[in-house]
Design a protein around this ligand. Structure first.
Ligand code: SAH
Length: 350
């Protein structure tokens, strides 16, 4: 397969130009076209000699996602994008508009192999990892489509970021590179289901990002029922890895807790969660589960969610209930992609 030119970082593209016998500044120009001006193909790089443009077009691939569908929520302006990758696979991303700016939620893999019970992204398994260029282009295409700057990024779409470790870390460095969109690492959140070696490794990268752990249960037994990954990395190990992550990076972690009615939303669940998080400088994000048709999980009623939150607050825990955005357009992880694949018989083509 040809090298994806959009996945080369600032120094790699310069080395590549050197290898081709081109002047050093060509690398800088190309990087600027791809990552600052967010152009789709080398054909648009008008300050390059035609010969070089042709070389780039023939000898390299260039991630260029095609917008297949855009759904806009009438309730809150959230937009869901369905993109087709170069090989025909489809992925989804979401744009959420907040007072503090635009936040984009991207996919890190086509499909997922983690098997969390309530999650639609994992139902068809993992198809493949996304390249850094394919993650970047989700942001670029959305930014161009809306004509607005993206200020925050969350890796909470389809896929497990730490199961595609190298590409994800490279993507983060490129997204925050001053020669590209230069999005502050403090505005980037990586969410993981709890791959322990990945958490330790990430702690050593010197990144200023926020790490979010999908906790969803306060005991190993309950967590295992919801998240198969807990069979591999037990709750105490994950919590220890998070402690080390905070010590090493000084970055306050987020714990995500999807509230499932009658499963993990009782008063005892809240008390246990509070104990588990005692003495940690962290933030808890409660997400009323977004039901998917393949499972019979239901969200808690409003009262139960509010009680759960109040219990945690009583213990001094910093907690928010995530606003349900885009519920009317299939808000939860992987739902748009899944309905598209169902409609097209899994081939990803209309
Ligand atoms: N693989 C990463 C990112 C996935 S999605 C992870 O596991 O963290 C981001 C969050 O949404 C995770 O906490 C995930 O568990 C949660 N999630 C997925 N499907 C959901 C649903 N139907 N309802 C509520 N939360 C869901």
């Amino acid at each position: 397969m040809e090298k994806d030119i959009r996945s080369l970082d600032y120094s790699e593209i310069q080395e590549e130009m050197e290898r081709l016998g081109e002047k050093e500044f060509r690398g800088r120009q190309i990087y600027q076209w791809l990552h600052e001006k967010m152009k789709d193909t080398p054909r648009e790089m008008t300050n390059l000699p035609e010969k070089l443009r042709n070389t780039l077009c023939t000898q390299y691939a260039c991630s260029d996602l095609e917008i297949v569908d855009v759904l806009e929520s009438k309730a809150d302006g959230t937009r869901k994008y369905l993109f087709r990758l170069g090989d025909g696979n489809v992925i989804e991303s979401v744009l959420m508009k907040y007072h503090h700016g635009n936040s984009v939620c991207i996919s890190s893999q086509a499909g997922c192999r983690m098997g969390c019970r309530f999650c639609a992204s994992t139902l068809g398994g993992l198809t493949r990892n996304l390249l850094p260029g394919e993650m970047l282009d989700q942001v670029y295409k959305i930014s161009k489509h809306t004509g607005e700057r993206v200020s925050n990024l969350v890796l909470m779409g389809t896929g497990e970021p730490l199961d595609n470790y190298e590409n994800v870390v490279k993507f983060i460095r490129m997204l925050s590179d001053e020669h590209g969109l230069h999005i502050s690492q403090r505005n980037i959140t990586v969410s993981t289901c709890g791959i322990v070696p990945g958490i330790y490794r990430l702690a050593e990268e010197g990144l200023q990002i926020t790490l979010a752990l999908s906790l969803h249960a306060s005991t190993q037994e309950k967590r295992r029922e919801l998240m198969p990954i807990a069979n591999k990395y037990a709750l105490p190990e994950v919590m220890e890895a998070c402690r080390v992550y905070f010590q090493k990076t000084g970055r306050r972690m987020t714990f995500e807790y999807s509230l499932v009615g009658g499963v993990n939303d009782s008063g005892e669940d809240a008390e246990r969660l509070a104990k588990l998080l005692e003495d940690r400088n962290c933030h808890v994000n409660l997400i009323p589960v977004n039901p998917i048709s393949e499972r019979d999980f239901v969200p808690p009623n409003r009262q139960a969610a509010a009680d759960f939150k109040r219990k945690l607050e009583k213990y001094g825990i910093n907690v928010t209930i995530r606003r349900e955005m885009g519920r009317d357009i299939g808000g939860a992880c992987g739902q748009l992609r899944k309905s598209y694949l169902d409609r097209t018989g899994g081939k990803g083509e209309d």
